[in-house]
Design a protein around this ligand. Structure first.
Ligand SMILES: [Fe+2]
Length: 381
């Protein structure tokens, strides 16, 4: 038996932030990062709260790749303030931190506290998922926490908040959206509902990702990518992800590569691995099942070729073209800043962590540790 639901109420479109002037809550604990706190974006939230006479306290001590210690500090601050709603505004790190902070605080007090997530990047889809990724810096590892009780009560998608996102962040987070949608689409847990959401997200990425990268003022493209991020989040919340994210978590935990960038760099390798297109001895009848799905992905992106394998090769080429256009490095050596010897020394432990990552379990092809080692070796050059 399977089930599907969307528990998070989603506000989107023009002036979506105005939802905040009409909240049924009186005491808000706002969780954000220092950048958002100093920008005008936080004010866009607090002014609306004041209008609706909601008192608030701000916790802005959030850092990228949120470490467990910061979550503990946040839990203490939240328990001291005792809010009836947590409002989080920021990128994936802020929203994931807020989900974890609220979860642990609620478990301690058993008090029902709502969660409103307001993303300021179009990437993680965290505003509609029951996942939160936290980091244990002592072990160089990222842990995906998963609990339905972490699902935000409401998500507010207001494209005004993504207007000033720098181009490189648009590129990385946009490729994260595409990776979410593709991994959900080929996941062994995929279903008709998740597939419909993933297909729409892929289609939007194909048309609007490059547009939003090239022109900050292309409001239409940015609004579309903001919705695509949420659609892909809904898709993977149901179908889960795959090896791409499993390896990206291990790589990001060790070398602190931005999450979306790590995913983008891995995506061509993972598609080649999952579809087995480098195994020339296979006859067409022996193609893995996911080949058909990758062909659908290619077609949604406007890529087509003579047969399944050449179409998937063209899909990999399209992804590499996008990375080149958006200045995303295609290899670790091109990324720079990582010592070759240190990287190769870390491959074994990264492969082990990727194998143990919860995302890897739903990959369409069951990898061996050696498979992951080979992928990480190929990623260097
Ligand atoms: Fe991701």
């Amino acid at each position: 038996m399977k089930s599907f639901d969307i528990r998070t109420k989603i506000y989107f479109g023009e002036n979506a932030l105005d939802r905040l002037t009409d909240l049924p809550y009186k005491k808000a604990f706002i969780i954000t990062d220092p950048f958002v706190a100093k920008s005008g974006m936080l004010q866009m939230v607090t002014l609306r709260l004041n209008d609706g006479y909601t008192e608030f306290e701000i916790f802005s001590d959030i850092v990228p790749d949120p470490p467990i210690e910061k979550i503990t500090v946040g839990v203490k601050a939240m328990l001291a303030y005792d809010p009836d709603v947590v409002i989080t505004i920021g990128g994936g790190s802020a929203i994931d931190s807020a989900k974890a902070i609220r979860e642990f605080a609620v478990r301690a007090t058993q008090k029902d506290v709502a969660l409103i997530a307001i993303p300021t990047t179009s990437g993680t889809g965290s505003e509609v998922t029951s996942f939160a990724v936290v980091t244990d810096p002592s072990k160089d590892v990222k842990y995906p926490l998963v609990s339905e009780s972490m699902l935000p009560t409401e998500a507010i998608l207001d494209a005004d908040l993504v207007k000033s996102v720098p181009a490189n962040v648009t590129a990385d987070t946009g490729m994260d959206v595409l990776t979410h949608a593709i991994e959900a689409y080929v996941s062994i847990n995929n279903n008709e509902f998740s597939a419909a959401l993933a297909e729409k997200a892929i289609e939007i990425c194909g048309t609007f990702l490059l547009r939003s990268y090239l022109d900050n003022n292309d409001t239409h493209a940015r609004r579309k990518m903001h919705v695509a991020s949420c659609l892909a989040g809904l898709a993977f919340n149901s179908a889960s992800l795959g090896l791409n994210h499993g390896v990206a978590h291990a790589l990001g935990g060790k070398f602190h590569i931005p999450h979306g960038r790590a995913n983008a760099m891995l995506l061509p390798h993972i598609i080649e691995y999952n579809s087995g297109i480098n195994k020339h001895s296979k006859s067409q009848k022996e193609y893995p099942k996911c080949v058909e799905k990758y062909v659908n992905v290619a077609k949604l992106l406007g890529v087509n070729n003579f047969n399944e394998i050449t179409t998937i090769r063209a899909l990999v080429g399209w992804i590499q073209f996008m990375m080149k256009e958006m200045n995303i490095p295609i290899s670790i050596s091109q990324l720079g800043g990582i010592d070759r010897e240190e990287y190769f020394d870390a491959i074994d432990s990264m492969a082990e962590k990727a194998m143990a990552d919860a995302c890897t379990a739903t990959n369409p092809r069951v990898p061996t540790k050696q498979d992951v080692v080979t992928i990480l070796e190929h990623l260097y050059e």
